[in-house]
Design a protein around this ligand. Structure first.
Ligand code: FES
Length: 170
């Protein structure tokens, strides 16, 4: 079984490399996520990692779900993070998020707790964050790791258009 080129052999090697290091499972999962072309941990990779590490699959799942930097869904080529904190909300982040979803044609499932939406062509992933700690610059949107302040609807569209032309940054 292989997922995005992450074969059983690759998983075994990565797990063996981290054996005996502090936080060995964490380190191995992080490396496996980075090896996947869509920078995430599919269920089959977590199962292979559990087998290679000799731990229950539930233990791998609890590590992967506890730490925010693990992705359990495929990550798009470009990531847009909209702040949903109070300052950004007051200054229009909800409507920015709505127009972003409309622009990219993505919609969260009913009752979804966290926003993590990837376009079907895996070009963009849209996420939200509780606060970037940059409230004075609200509303804040991060595009491929770069923070943008006082974002308006027009600026958001420009940012999306620029990201679409840029090389993939996962
Ligand atoms: S509320 Fe958005 S940066 Fe703090």
């Amino acid at each position: 079984m292989a997922s995005g080129g992450v074969t059983r052999d690759v998983v075994a090697k990565v797990v063996a490399k981290h054996r005996g290091t502090p936080g060995e499972l964490l380190g191995a999962l992080e490396e496996l996520q980075n090896l996947h072309p869509h920078k995430y941990l599919p269920p089959e990779v977590m199962e292979m990692a559990a087998e290679a590490a000799g731990v229950p699959v539930s233990q791998v799942y609890s590590v992967a779900t506890f730490y925010a930097f693990f992705n359990l869904k495929p990550q798009g080529e470009h990531t847009l993070v909209v702040c949903r904190g109070t300052a950004c909300h007051t200054r229009g982040s909800k409507s920015l998020l709505e127009s972003l979803k409309k622009l990219l044609g993505v919609q969260e499932e009913e009752g979804a707790e966290k926003i993590f939406l990837t376009t079907p062509d895996k070009k963009f992933t849209v996420k939200t964050v509780a606060c970037f700690g940059q409230c004075a610059m609200a509303p804040v949107v991060e595009v491929d790791g770069k923070m943008h302040s006082n974002v308006t609807d027009a600026k958001l569209k420009e940012l999306v258009a620029a990201a679409a032309k840029a090389p993939a940054k996962r």
